[in-house]
Design a protein. Structure first.
Length: 305
């Protein structure tokens, strides 16, 4: 395993401030209708948002239950300024559930424009909505699952087993060589000019640091000698926790790309990256992503034209 070293990086989407009030989830009254209840609607990675005059986005909290008599689970997100905030994942567009005044936006594309409190609510709502959409039957016996504990637990009607929200750990790493160049790659599934740092899911029985070394070896054929943890961020698209690292490889080593995963990979100096961005040869991740934070960290500031 590669050696581990220190300090941390400020990562996006982590300055979260809502009181989740987790101990109150067991009280059924916390998801009951009431004057203090507000509802945040989500659908397949999108959340109901509103934009203020300055262009900042905020979650749009509704006073009335948006389910229209449906049985979609309610999820207690927490308490803010004395109000209970409940998430509701609504299904495909329908005249019964769609409010023409509701602005559902893809959270992946706009998360950087949210305040920390609103990012906290929206990210959690989208993550829990994704879980409830995909987890409807018991994986042990196939019976229907019923929500409990403020929507944070699903219990099987038949065998009584409990099921909890799933979060998949993934590592994301800024790989540098002995000349302090940064490795950027274009995934085979990425759109045209989009490049980012390497990333991959952690496998069972594997440490985070070993996952960094394995992913780099698999995707580009390089041996990682040192890694440095820098921070983490939620990425609920649909259910990941991104764990960020700086990583170093020795010397100038020839790369071997994983054909079905990596379309191209290139070492960049800071001058070369600035030139490639100015020429619009590559496109970088958005500011809400940990990948962009790692690139800017290496660059010494915002990597932009």
């Amino acid at each position: 395993m590669a050696n581990l070293r220190g300090p941390h990086l400020h990562t996006p989407l982590t300055l979260l401030s809502t009181d989740r009030d987790a101990l109150s989830r067991v009280d059924p009254a916390m998801i009951a209708p009431g004057d203090d209840a507000r509802y945040l609607v989500t659908r397949a990675g999108s959340a109901a948002l509103r934009e203020d005059d300055g262009g900042t986005l905020h979650v749009s909290l509704e006073r009335s239950d948006p389910r229209g008599g449906g049985t979609q689970p309610l999820v207690l997100l927490g308490v803010h300024e004395g109000l209970r905030v409940l998430a509701v994942e609504i299904p495909e567009p329908s005249p019964e559930l769609d409010d023409p005044g509701r602005d559902l936006r893809d959270l992946r594309r706009v998360a950087e424009r949210l305040t920390p409190r609103d990012a906290d609510l929206a990210l959690t709502a989208v993550a829990m909505g994704s879980w409830h959409r995909s987890m409807r039957h018991c994986p042990m016996c196939g019976a229907l699952l019923e929500p409990e504990v403020g929507g944070w637990v699903l219990r099987c009607r038949e065998d009584g087993s409990e099921h909890f929200p799933r979060t998949d750990a993934a590592v994301i790493m800024a790989v540098r060589d002995s000349r302090d160049r940064l490795l950027l790659a274009r995934n085979a599934n990425f759109r045209g000019r989009f490049h980012s740092v390497l990333a991959g899911f952690v496998e069972p029985g594997e440490s985070l640091e070993n996952a960094v070394a394995r992913e780099v070896a698999e995707e580009v054929g390089l041996v990682v000698e040192e890694v440095e943890y820098v921070g983490s961020q939620p990425w609920p698209f649909p259910r990941s926790l991104m764990v960020g690292y700086r990583a170093w490889v020795p010397g100038a080593v020839e790369m071997t790309l994983q054909e079905d995963e990596i379309a191209e990979a290139t070492w960049f100096s800071r001058e070369e990256l600035a030139a490639a961005l100015a020429a619009e040869e590559i496109e970088l991740p958005g500011n809400a992503s940990l990948g962009r934070a790692l690139i800017d960290d290496w660059y010494g500031g915002p990597a932009e034209v």
